[in-house]
Structure formats: structure tokens, C-alpha cells
Design a protein around this ligand. Structure first.
Ligand code: FES
Length: 91
């Protein structure tokens, strides 16, 4: 769905740049140019960014937590049995 007709920006475009770490309206605007012409789309675009920011932050948190847990598990396996990591990678 188009959010900004002046700049041909869609909801998908906004979600994509936010997934890359641009979580504020200003960052999204800098990347896509959304709402930098007539301004009619600004309120809608801001609301969309704010709603998506919560979801993206949550996704990024879970990705980081999963990565940290995997690293800890890997280290624990490494110290438990020296060949454990080898066993896991050469099955
Ligand atoms: S519709 Fe977005 S700046 Fe005009």
C-alpha cells in the first residue's frame, strides 16, 4: 500500500528500511524521502513507523538474546567435552 504518493513510498519500503535498523521517523525519512514534499502523508507515516518500531525492537531483542544464548551454549559445550563441538559439526 502506498504511504507517500509524492515519493512512491509503500508500507513494504518502510518495513524494509526499519528491518535494517532505521527505527525513527527521521531515519526512515532520510532513507526514503517519505513526507518531504507536500507533507500530506506525514501523520500516517509517523504512526506506521511508531507501530513498526515496537515490533522491530522486539524482533531485534529476540535475535540478540538467541545469539547470546547460542554463544553461551557453544562455550559450555566446548568446556564440557573438548570434542563436543567437533561432534556437532561433523555428523
Ligand atoms: S504524499 Fe508524501 S510528501 Fe506528499
Amino acid at each position: 500500500m502506498f504511504v507517500c504518493l509524492c515519493n512512491q513510498v509503500t508500507t513494504h519500503d518502510i518495513e524494509q528500511v526499519m528491518a535494517e535498523g532505521n527505527l525513527s521517523f527521521e531515519e526512515v525519512q532520510q532513507e526514503l524521502g517519505v513526507a518531504d514534499c507536500c507533507g500530506q502523508c506525514e501523520d500516517f507515516a509517523r504512526n506506521l513507523v511508531n507501530e513498526n518500531a515496537t515490533k522491530v525492537k522486539s524482533d531485534l531483542f529476540y535475535e540478540a538474546a538467541y545469539s547470546a544464548a547460542s554463544t553461551v551454549l557453544y562455550i559450555l559445550l566446548l568446556f564440557q567435552t573438548p570434542n563436543a563441538v567437533n561432534d556437532l559439526t561433523h555428523f
